[in-house]
Ligand binder design. Structure first.
Ligand code: CMC
Length: 428
C-alpha cells in the first residue's frame, strides 16, 4: 500500500462532500480507504460476499483475475509449480523469501522432528467416528492441538507462533493419514523421518501399497505440485476465516481449524470432491453431456469445478493441473475414464454461451479429483489434500495479521432491514 495520500476520490452525499484517500498497490491497482466514512457521513457500505472489499493490506499473494495471474511473494505460480518443491514454496509463503539451502534443510529437519503426534492425541483421533468426513475430523484434531501444545497458543509471542507454525506443518499430514487409515480399518503408520515431506505423507497413507519406482516418483512429483498450486490464494473464504478468527486474538490452531471448516464447503475446497461425484453421476446415469449442461443452465445444479469469484479467465492453476492429469493418466496402467469425460465436459461448456458470457472457466478443482482418484485417494480425502496444501497460506496470513499495526478485530457492519421497535405483548 502506498502511503501517498494525495490521490483522493470525492463522495457527494446529502450532507456534503467527503474526500477519501486512494492507495496504490504494487501493480498499480487502486483501493479507496473508507475508514472515515461512517464517522463523517453516518453511512456504511453494503457488499455481500465482500466481492469488492479489501479487509487488509497483504504482501503474500497477488492475483489478477482478468489476466489469469497468480504469484506468491512475487514469483509466478507457473515457475513455482515446475521448479519448486512444496517445502520450499511453503517457506517462501510463510517467511517471505525463498530459503537458502541451509534454511530449507533446517526447516525440513524441524518438520521431521515434530511430525509425530502425542500418544493421547492419537487415542483421541482413534476415538472419533471412523466413518465421519475426514474434513470434520482433521478440523477437530487440529483444534485440539491447542490443548496438546499449549505452550504455543499466544498469538502475541513470535516464538510461540513460530513453534506452532512448525507443529502445524509437521503434524497435519500425520493427522490426515491416521484419519484415512482409521476409515479403512488399518493401523496407523508412524512418520518415517528418512523420507521427504510428500513421500512420508504418501507412505503414512498407503503403507506398502504406495507406488514405488517410476510411478512412485511421478506420484511424489504430482502430489508435490498440487500442494504448491494450493499453497495460498489471498483472501479466499477459508483464509479470510483464519484471519477473522485470529483477529479476536484466538490462537493459531483454533484459527486454522476454523479455516479447515470453511474450506470443506462445496463452493470452496469441497468442490474437488463434488466434481468427482458429478462426473460419476453423469457416467452412471448415462445422461449426455449436452443434456447435463441444459440442467446446469436451467439452474437445477451448478457445473462443479467451473467459475471463480476472482478469475474471469482461465484459473492459471487449472492449466498446470490439466497437464499434470494427462501425464499421470498416460503413465498409469488403469487410466481413468472420468478424465476423458471431464475433457469432453470442459470442451462442451467452453463452446456454450451460457458459460462464456459469464466468464466461467475450469478452476483449480476441475481436474484435481481425477488425479487423486487415479492415485487411490478416496473421494472424501480430496479436500484434505487441499487443506494440507493451503496450510502455509493460512499460517502466513495469521502471522502477517498478528504483526500488522493496522489490524483490528474483524467486525463487519450490517444493513438492518428487520422489524422496527415494537412492544412485548401486554407491555403497552
Ligand atoms: N455453474 C453454473 N453457473 C454458474 C457457476 C457454475 N459453476 N458459477 C457461477 N455461475 C453463474 C451464476 O449462476 C451467475 O449467473 P447469473 O448472473 O445469471 O445469476 C453467474 O455465473 C455469477 O455467479 P456467482 O454465483 O455470482 O459467482 P460467485 O463469484 O459468487 O461464485 C463460485 C463463485 C466459485 C462459488 C461459483 O462459480 C461456483 O459455485 N462454482 C462451482 C463450485 C466450485 O467449483 N468451487 C470452487 C472454486 S475454486 C477453488 C476454491 O475456492 O476453493
Amino acid at each position: 500500500m502506498s502511503d501517498d495520500k494525495e490521490r483522493t476520490v470525492e463522495l457527494h452525499y446529502e450532507g456534503g462532500v467527503l474526500k477519501l484517500p486512494v492507495f496504490t498497490g504494487t501493480e498499480g491497482e487502486s483501493t479507496i480507504e473508507l475508514k472515515t466514512l461512517l464517522g463523517s457521513t453516518g453511512m456504511t457500505t453494503l457488499d455481500p460476499g465482500f466481492g469488492n472489499t479489501a479487509s487488509c493490506s497483504s504482501k503474500i499473494t497477488y492475483i489478477d483475475g482478468a489476466a489469469g495471474i497468480l504469484r506468491y511473494r512475487g514469483y509466478p505460480i507457473e515457475d513455482l509449480a515446475v521448479h519448486s518443491t512444496f517445502l520450499e514454496t511453503a517457506y517462501l509463503v510463510i517467511y517471505g523469501e525463498l530459503p537458502e539451502p541451509g534454511q530449507l534443510k533446517e526447516f525440513s529437519d524441524k518438520l521431521r522432528d515434530n511430525s509425530d503426534i502425542p500418544a493421547e492425541m492419537g487415542a483421541f483421533i482413534d476415538a472419533m467416528p471412523r466413518n465421519g468426513h475426514p474434513m470434520t475430523l482433521i478440523s477437530s484434531a487440529v483444534n485440539t492441538l491447542a490443548a496438546y501444545c499449549d505452550d504455543s497458543v499466544d498469538p502475541g509471542d513470535e516464538n510461540q507462533v513460530e513453534l506452532a507454525t512448525i507443529r502445524l506443518m509437521a503434524k497435519l499430514p500425520t493427522i490426515a493419514a491416521r484419519i484415512y487409515r482409521n476409515s479403512i480399518g488399518e493401523a496407523p503408520i508412524a512418520p518415517d523421518t528418512s523420507l521427504d515431506y510428500v513421500d512420508n505423507f504418501i507412505r503414512m497413507t498407503f503403507g506398502d501399497k504406495a507406488p514405488t519406482g517410476e510411478l512412485g516418483e511421478l506420484f511424489n512429483k504430482a502430489v508435490g505440485m498440487l500442494l504448491v498450486l494450493h499453497a495460498d490464494h489471498e483472501l479466499n473464504c477459508s483464509t479470510a476465516t483464519v484471519r477473522v478468527v485470529g483477529s479476536s486474538l484466538a490462537d493459531i490452531y483454533s484459527s486454522v481449524s476454523a479455516g479447515i471448516n470453511a474450506l470443506s464447503g462445496p463452493s470452496h475446497g469441497g468442490a474437488n470432491q463434488a466434481v468427482l461425484e458429478m462426473l460419476e453421476e453423469i457416467r452412471d446415469s448415462g445422461i449426455s453431456i449436452e443434456d447435463f449442461l441444459e440442467k446446469v443452465k436451467a439452474r437445477e445444479m451448478r457445473l462443479m469445478g467451473f467459475g471463480h469469484r476472482v478469475y474471469k479467465n482461465f484459473d492459471p492453476r487449472s492449466k498446470e493441473i490439466k497437464v499434470l492429469a494427462s501425464q499421470i493418466l498416460d503413465r498409469h496402467e488403469n487410466p481413468d475414464e472420468l478424465f476423458a469425460l471431464a475433457l469432453k465436459l470442459e470442451a462442451a461448456a467452453l463452446q456454450d454461451s451460457y458459460f462464456t458470457e459469464r466468464k466461467l472457466y475450469p478452476n483449480v478443482d476441475f481436474y484435481t479429483g481425477v488425479i487423486y482418484r487415479t492415485m487411490g485417494f478416496p473421494t472424501n480425502m480430496f479436500t484434505v489434500l487441499f487443506a494440507i496444501g493451503r496450510l502455509p497460506g493460512w499460517i502466513a496470513h495469521f502471522r502477517e495479521q498478528a504483526v500488522d499495526p493496522a489490524f483490528r478485530i474483524a467486525r463487519p457492519r450490517q444493513h438492518y432491514i428487520g422489524a422496527a421497535e415494537r412492544r412485548y405483548p401486554g407491555q403497552g
